[in-house]
Design a protein around this ligand. Structure first.
Ligand code: NAP
Length: 304
């Protein structure tokens, strides 16, 4: 029986791992892919304290993972398919495998949201992308469309100018949601053209993306942009499908916790982007990972 199972290996999960392994709990972290989460799709992180010149998402995660493993955290690659949290002895399922534990920290993060327009599904991986770091280099010398108006859309548009000749940033309102610093950078970049008050209608092509049909929401006029790539950054949805019947979620499906990262079920904690909260940052995920580990440790103590 484990003391603690951490589900998810992004900044929140790895930080919880560092704290709980260092506190000498019997702990395991389960991650379905490689540790890292969404940070791995971030080219350059410049607002995580301690790195005045910024750091690549990959290197930041690599350092966190090494630090956790240094304290003896066991990281296993497998998919969690369910949990049983009805009694104080909890079970984490991975297919037929059952792992018993006293406490669980859920740090499963969130995944990019889809627009849900014709052509999006069909051309995913053939011109439609949710990761500029992964796919940006394929668009050297091309024109691309970015959908969204938040920090991700702004940052990734700026990143894409390294490769693409022109980036059309398509946003549904006439004002961006992204922070002012990023907006200033967008406005002063002559490779970026803002297409405001506009929504995508469909993505067209034969074997891969050839064009996007757009609609100006003020005039109702539709028009075509001939581009090879469409990058979608319209926010995220929480990875909570397997917890939905078991824990209190908000109306968007994020896990509701108190300030101690306690969910609606004793012994189950949540941290990072999967939590219902206003700010999703690496620094907030890290803080919540530490808080969740601290609360889990107190909970495990209380069982004795
Ligand atoms: P977000 O802040 O939720 O922004 C999503 C954007 O997509 C909004 O501009 C929204 O428009 C638009 N949108 C939503 N649904 C749409 C639809 N169906 N069709 C067209 N447009 C749609 O998401 P995000 O940019 O991914 O950021 C998520 C969180 O991560 C935020 O808290 C953000 O601050 C944080 N983040 C931080 C950094 C950083 O600090 N360096 C970098 C990336 C992300 P409206 O504006 O009209 O709602």
């Amino acid at each position: 029986m484990y003391d603690l199972i951490i589900i998810g290996g992004g900044p929140a999960g790895l930080t919880a791992g560092i704290y709980s392994a260092r506190a000498r709990l019997r702990v395991i972290l389960i991650e379905r892919f490689a540790p890292g989460g969404q940070v791995l799709t971030t080219d350059w992180v410049e607002n995580y304290p301690g790195f005045p010149d910024g750091i690549s998402g990959f290197e930041l995660i690599d350092r966190m993972r090494k630090q956790a493993e240094k304290f003896g955290l066991l990281i296993e690659n497998k998919e969690v398919t369910g949990i049983d949290i009805k009694s104080s002895e909890k079970v984490v399922f991975s297919g037929k495998e059952e792992l018993k534990t006293k406490a669980i920290i859920i740090a499963t993060g969130a995944t990019p949201r889809k627009i849900g327009i014709p052509g999006e599904e069909e051309f995913t991986g053939k011109g439609v992308s949710y990761c500029a770091t992964c796919d940006g280099p394929f668009y050297r010398g091309e024109e691309v469309v970015v959908i969204g108006g938040g920090d991700t859309a702004a940052e990734e548009s700026l990143f894409l100018t390294r490769f693409a000749n022109r980036v059309y940033l398509v946003h549904r309102r006439n004002e961006l949601r992204a922070i002012k610093l990023l907006q200033e950078r967008l406005f002063s970049d002559d490779k970026i053209e803002l297409v405001l008050d506009t929504i995508p209608i469909s993505i067209k092509g034969k074997d891969s993306v050839e064009a996007v049909e757009l609609k100006n929401v003020k005039t109702g006029k539709t028009f075509i942009k001939n581009v090879k790539g469409v990058f979608v950054f319209i926010g995220t949805k929480p990875n909570t499908e397997i917890f939905s019947e078991k824990l209190k979620l908000d109306e968007q499906g994020f896990i509701v916790t108190n300030n101690n990262m306690e969910t609606s079920v004793p012994g189950v904690f949540a941290a990072g982007d999967v939590r219902s909260k206003p700010l999703r940052q690496i620094s907030t995920a890290v803080g919540e990972g530490a808080a969740a580990a601290f609360s889990a440790e107190k909970y495990i103590e209380s069982l004795k």
